[in-house]
Write a protein that binds this ligand. Sequence first.
Ligand code: FMN
Length: 347
Amino acid sequence: MRMSRKMEHVEHALRIGQVGNQGLADIKFVHNCLPDASVDDIHLHTAIGDLDLSSPILINAMTGGADETRSINRELAVAARECGLAMAVGSQMSAIKNPEVASSYRVVRSVNPDGILIGNLGSEATVEQALRAVEMIGANALQIHLNVMQELIMPEGDRSFKGALERIADIASNVPVPVIVKEVGFGIMRESAAKLIRLPIAAIDVGGTGGTNFAAIENARRPQAYEWLNDWGNPTAIALLESLSVWPRGRVIASGGIRNGLECAKALALGASAAGIAGAALRVLQTEGTAALIDYLRRIHEELRLVMTALGAASIEELWNVPLVVSGESAEWCELRGIDIRTYARR
Ligand code: FMN
């Protein structure tokens, strides 16, 4: 069951594509006609907690667990290696339950022996399973995903989500690598972010709406679709503003519908230290191949350097201090939720 589900997710994700709006159009940079900067001086290095990265772009968790997914992971790992990016694998629970499929995950380490690789499990995992996931790929960090709405829409999905915080705390205290808690595309909002900051985890990945839509993907697999849930969740821009009202800059990752360098720059300027790309990278890989994926990721680096030059921000830390105006639905939302967006506009 789990093995065929992996390829169904890939196929439905490609067919449905990136859905809706991640809200970054509401975030505007203030043009600087005297940036006193040069493209050659832009540095893209960053850190997620204590994990140093040469690029703020991260290939986010997608797959593994079936034969066909082994080649996807292999090619994503080649692209990550060529572009110097961190990469997460999809949930490793299938390999923990069925060790025969572990090679579909391990392939990323054999292709990219020195790269930053991130393991992935759900919040139902035990400490022992988390240790095995880290060991399986020689992971430099471990993502724990939160996907309540996806599970609820899946007929075979989990029905109880009790005790997740305690299990995550236990994992984070016992694995030898930093733990990142991530959403799969419904958004981490302030109340949840405030609970997560009390845990011994390194970072959160806000994973908002506006990109891959797991409600739509699971509905495509259901005999009777709950289509009324297809717009559940909150956009990435709002999830970032909410999470960064509780979490410090440098410990938040942006993801959900990020596709180009300008969107990355906006997410980083809001205070994220990295931006995850999943669905858009998968589409390029599956429709145009590995060389095109490498070109696409290099182009995002170039776009990011271009935008940073225009803003006079030579590093990600400097990007955190350029003025940003939040307007439209995101501003209205923040006003109602008591999130201060004026400091972004006046810094
Ligand atoms: N996230 C996880 O944490 N674990 C997974 O196993 C996982 N599987 C995914 C499979 C596919 C085919 C895709 C497209 C995404 C998957 N995700 C998973 C979610 C992504 O990591 C990401 O959070 C989400 O797709 C939003 O980013 P995007 O809009 O750039 O795709």
